[in-house]
Ligand binder design. Structure first.
Ligand SMILES: C[S@@+](CC[C@H](N)C(=O)[O-])C[C@H]1O[C@@H](n2cnc3c(N)ncnc32)[C@H](O)[C@@H]1O
Length: 265
């Protein structure tokens, strides 16, 4: 593999949540600082790789289900470093014309997404901060590709727990909701301390030295992000419990530490 995925401005010394997640998923787009944090994380949570995979699998099941209702526009906020099974591939396996806007603030995530999407005129990546949703919604690249008067799916998967309370994560979701035409969808997955408060507190401490914090929230707090949306079956559940594929049910879903849900406008 070449080094074209390493943008010149990248800070390789501070662990990046995008690159730690890439490492957990078996990717190659990470540095020693990321692997050190991932190693520490694996000591606190030996199942961290399985958690990352379950979260990613939830995202792709949700995209497939939403595309199956006819939605063909997706905005993936905090999209990460592209890995096997991307949102545009999965959405287009259902709706061949599906358009996707990826949004991330991480240099490597954006550079690698640009490489993957080169020559694709129905998918773009924006380097933007989700804490400024109005900038994302007003971006000419988004407005040029998507028609927000039609249904769109906003994906905030393993993203809102990277936003502190004082940065007002509810305002992010509210801005997206206000921009969403009837028939639009919202997908959220989020770290929770409901089952293992000690473990999630230790994870939060570890992420203090990363590019974004890891803020776990309660079921009720995460549910409030769906204000103004109708929560689809089976509700806000541990990610493996959200419409599992055949054979995908697990006996002890609470060990996955991440809730997921899908709302419809
Ligand atoms: C854990 S990854 C999740 C990737 C993907 N959504 C998934 O669930 O497979 C979180 C992503 O959010 C991005 N991120 C963190 N803070 C952000 C911010 N303020 N604005 C935009 N992206 C952000 C990180 O760079 C990272 O790529």
């Amino acid at each position: 593999m070449g080094s074209e995925w390493i943008p010149p401005e990248v800070d390789s010394t501070r662990p990046s949540v995008a690159r730690v997640y890439d490492y957990l998923l078996g990717g190659d787009h990470n540095f020693a600082s990321d692997r050190d944090l991932a190693t520490a994380l694996l000591r606190v949570e030996p199942q961290a790789r399985e958690l990352a995979q379950a979260n990613r699998a939830f995202l792709l099941r949700a995209v497939r289900a939403i595309a199956g209702t006819g939605v063909d526009q997706f905005v993936d906020v905090g999209s990460g470093i592209p890995t096997q099974g991307t949102v545009h591939e999965v959405a287009r396996s259902v709706n061949p014309d599906a358009k996707v806007v990826y949004v991330d603030n991480d240099d490597v995530a954006v550079a690698h997404s640009r490489t993957i999407l080169a020559g694709d005129d129905r998918a773009v990546v924006l380097q933007a901060d989700m804490r400024r949703p109005e900038d994302i919604l007003a971006d000419p690249a988004l407005k040029g590709l998507l028609d927000l008067s039609r249904p769109v799916a906003f994906l905030l998967v393993a993203a809102l727990h990277l936003v502190k309370d004082e940065e007002d994560p509810a305002a992010i979701v509210a801005a997206l909701r206000d921009a969403a035409a009837p028939g639009s969808h919202l997908v959220i997955s989020h770290l929770t301390h409901e089952a293992e408060p000690g473990k999630t507190a230790a994870i939060g401490k570890l992420y203090d030295r990363a590019s974004s914090p890891a803020v776990s929230r309660s079921h009720a707090e995460i549910l409030r992000f769906f204000d103004g949306w109708d929560l689809l079956d089976p509700g806000l559940v541990y990610v493996p419990q959200w419409r599992p594929d055949e054979g995908g049910a697990v006996a002890d879903p609470e060990r996955f530490l991440v809730f997921g849900g899908v709302g419809r406008r």
